[in-house]
Write a protein of this length. Sequence first.
Length: 261
Amino acid sequence: MATASKARSVSLRDKLIKSLSKVNRPGNFCSSGDRPITMPGLEVEGIGPIGLPLPKSQARKLIRLCRRAPYGKGTETVVDTDVRRVWELGADRFALSNPKWDAFVDSIVGDVKKELGLERRKLSAHLYKLLAAPNKAIARWLKACRSQLVGRCATAPQPPADFRREHKLSCKCNDCRVLSGFLADPDNEQLRLPLAKRRRQHLHQIIDGNGCDLTHVTERRGSPHTLVCTKTSASYVAACQIHKRDTKNLARIRDLLDANK
């Protein structure tokens, strides 16, 4: 049985190698490069032209127009702010107005086609969605990659310090002022607020909308019910995960660079 299984395995391998040997298409398996900075001229419906770097006032307006961005988990698409704290906006809600932007993208697509050996194929770029990531994870990763590939002298990402985030809430009502004071107090771990349903719902929305490091549940005893907010270290845990991932990715990049010296 073992001999027959090994023979089948060898036969399959030989067939695969034979099939791959017939592939005669020049090109690399990936494409990379850089370009002089070209701003896209971002304009968002309901806000207008967006400044870059993004001002805090426009960031708040932008997030109010967006929805939470989901991510793939196995066969499902889910929203989990402990894993991905990102907002998204559909392509029908914004435009890129810089007349030089299309030519900029076309030049990139042309280089990609050439490097991948796809000159005779039709390849185009399509505007998909706008992502807003306030934790700057994307920017940190891109900066680390560019420093390593271009300068070849990047230092490893610094591990995050243990911290508790303080949030400037978008609402200034009395309940939100109490919540802001609680978030700013390092010695207070839990907040209990007996509130009517409408006021509890408002705080639930504020906490979720501002990405506060809190669990918030309604204790359904007494009247009115009590909103119980407990501080967490979600941002610190997420920062640790990002640091671990970035360190691993930088190690892979170094290995690739060393292999191609």
